[in-house]
Every structure is written in C-alpha cells, then in structure tokens.
Write a protein that binds this ligand. Structure first.
Ligand code: URA
Ligand code: URA
Length: 244
C-alpha cells in the first residue's frame, strides 16, 4: 500500500498544481488554450476560465450517432446471436481522452454499457483520481459484443468490429487514447509486444497520442500493478493539461 499511496498522493498533487495554474492563468487573463475544446480542466477550473472561449463542438455527436446507426442490429460476426445488449460505448462526443477496453463482460452485456462491473468500478475510480468524471471522457471497447465465457476476442471478431471503433475515434478525435490491457493495445498498435513493454510511454495512433496501460481486471488480481497505472495516467494528465 505504501508506494501505491505515494503514487496516488503524487497524482493528487499534480491535479492540485494544474488546478492552481488554471486559476492563476484565468486571473491574469491569459488565454486558457489548454481548455480550448472546453473539456478537460473545466470541472476543476472552478469558474476561473471566464473570458476563455469555451465553445464545445457540436459536430461530433451526430457523427457518433451515425456510426451507431450503421452498426444497427449487428450480425457481422457470430457474437451477434449470443449477446443480450450491444455495448457501443458512452461518454462525451467531445472527449479529450478515450479509454478502449477489450470486450463487454456479463454486467456490460446485461446493461448495454461499458465498464460497469467490478473492473469498471475500478476504472471509474481511476478516472476520478485523474480529476475527471466518466461523462467527460469516452469509454468503449474493441468488441461491441460479449464473447462467451469472456473468452479472448478472435481475429475474425476483431476484424469485423474494428472499423466501427476506428470510426468512433475519428468522430471524437481525442487528444489521448488510453488502451486497457493486452488486446486493445495489440489491436490498435498492430504489435504483439507484451503490455509490460508497451505501457509507460506514448505511441501514436493515426496522429493521436496513445498510452497503453494494464486492464483494471488485471489490477483487481494484481493490486501492486496499480503503481504503474498511476504512472501511466499521470503522463496522460500532463499531455491533456499542457496543451501540447
Ligand atoms: N472489460 C472490458 O474490457 N470492457 C468492459 O466494458 C468491461 C470489462
Ligand atoms: N495481462 C493482460 O492480459 N492484461 C493486462 O492488463 C496485464 C497483463
């Protein structure tokens, strides 16, 4: 717990110092360019951003809805017949940060929402520790339908589903993508390197910064790995707040 508590404290300190910078910049009338899409930071800026042009784009939501409409009652792979609910994804169409997981589990299949089971609750706490709310980010998966017994996604299933993920990412155009676990990293980065090697540094996906990190379900089994995930999310926070 010791090093994990320390990492968490460091993250909270980072959030505090960024909040302070946003407040001071707001008071000095500096353009809050790092808030320019009106997303990350707005929740913690505490109204300091008066004068900053925060004009959320209205063009992204219809594009996402078009992707959902094209999926329809999808039967492009054999998982379609087995599902209760298709899990498209949820969150802000203007998100700066998109989390991409593997596939729905039983809870997600029942509710039609991503990351709502035990692993999802841990993801929600990680998002909160970043100073963000679930509604401010976007959360989705490589596969939209649950594989039986939560088995690994098969190549043909990924091939059928991935075009829709790509179009979701193109509609949102986030500044950072955070992939959760082995499958999401391998699917988007087209590599087979172990997640332990891939995580901890940014990769590029279609010009977007991509940080692979461990899956929250893995953290439930290996709590010691939370320290690395805190490191990864701190690097994400820096990119989101520095307006690189
Ligand atoms: N695990 C995932 O990869 N995605 C979910 O939505 C839930 C659990
Ligand atoms: N192995 C996995 O499959 N996922 C992780 O996140 C970590 C190890």
């Amino acid at each position: 717990m010791g090093s994990e508590g320390k990492a968490r404290e460091e993250l909270l300190e980072l959030v505090r110092s960024l909040t302070e910078r946003i407040r001071v910049d707001g008071e000095l009338g500096k353009p809050l360019s790092y808030l320019s899409r009106g997303k990350v930071g707005a929740a913690t800026a505490g109204g300091a951003g008066q004068g900053a042009a925060i004009a959320p784009s209205v063009t992204d939501a219809p594009r996402l809805e078009a992707v959902r409409a094209e999926l329809g009652d999808c039967q492009r792979c054999s998982l379609g017949r087995l599902r209760h609910r298709l899990v498209f994804g949820e969150g802000s169409p203007q998100a700066d940060l998109v989390f991409v997981g593997e596939a729905p589990g039983a809870d997600e299949d029942a509710q039609g929402r991503p990351f709502v089971g035990r692993a999802g609750q841990l993801l929600t706490r990680i998002i909160a520790a970043m100073g963000l709310k679930r509604e401010e980010v976007y959360i989705c998966n490589i596969l939209k339908c649950r594989p039986p017994e939560n088995r690994n996604p098969q190549p043909d299933e990924i091939a059928a589903c991935e075009p829709f993920l790509i179009r979701q990412l193109q509609a949102i155009r986030p500044r950072v993508i955070c992939t959760l676990g082995t499958f999401a990293a391998h699917a988007l980065l087209k590599t087979e390197s172990p997640i332990s090697v891939l995580r901890g540094r940014f990769h590029t996906y279609q010009g977007i910064e991509l940080m692979p990190t461990y899956h929250p379900a893995y953290l439930l089994r290996n709590p010691a790995a939370k320290k690395q995930v805190w490191e990864d999310v701190q690097m994400i926070m820096k990119v989101l707040c520095e307006g690189r």
